[in-house]
Design a protein around this ligand. Sequence first.
Ligand SMILES: *[C@@H]1O[C@H](CO)[C@@H](O)[C@H](O)[C@H]1NC(C)=O
Length: 228
Amino acid sequence: MTLISSKLRYLLLFYAAFQAIQYGLRWKHYDISPKQFKGIAAKAASAPTASQSISTLTSGMRSYYDPIMPRHIEWHAMQLGGLSLRIYPIITAFTEFAAAFSTPFPTSGRAGFHWANTTCTVLKGKVSRFNDGTQDDTSEAFSSGMAFRHGQFESYVYNFEKDTFVACYGRGFLPFSSTVHCTSGISLGEPLSVVKFYMSQVQNYWNMASQTASRIFNHYKARATGEL
Ligand SMILES: *[C@@H]1O[C@H](CO)[C@@H](O)[C@H](O)[C@H]1NC(C)=O
């Protein structure tokens, strides 16, 4: 009896936490406009080379979001499910991210479940994927300039062809995605790449937090001085 009630309590607690996060995500202020990101990514896709795509993407994002972007952006190793990718983190926060992913060699694997809605544009190369939830066996393929959406809690097997670059923007509860990233990295014997990645992101989290603090401060200051 006590066993059941204690399990029930955990379940209720879990459910309450889930609902609270859902509620928070719905009312959260987001810094990045998905439409703007898609526009910039489409422009980047039409650049002649992959490195020009990345610099177009970066400068396009800087023209809108420079204050919340890191000064220097570098590529990092990333294991996501079975996918061996490189990540170019343009903006990383707790509830939204913008990044490019690439691979010089063909790679395939499950990208994992995420509590986030993500839209990606293929900059160069080709991505194909297969939805685990569908009962038929059709796969989708996306080439340069095309976009695909990976919705929250959806599961796909992805295949990235050689020299593929994609640009993605996602919104959701990203600490949940970090578990996929960390466990994949550790299980593939790469814990240091995970540590290195998060060390470099600390600066971004700090940037974002101070931006939010100053926005809230200005809001209350304006209210106090009767400008609102
Ligand atoms: C993801 O999209 C679905 C459907 O549009 C929406 O109901 C959900 O709230 C979104 N999730 C997040 C984390 O924004």
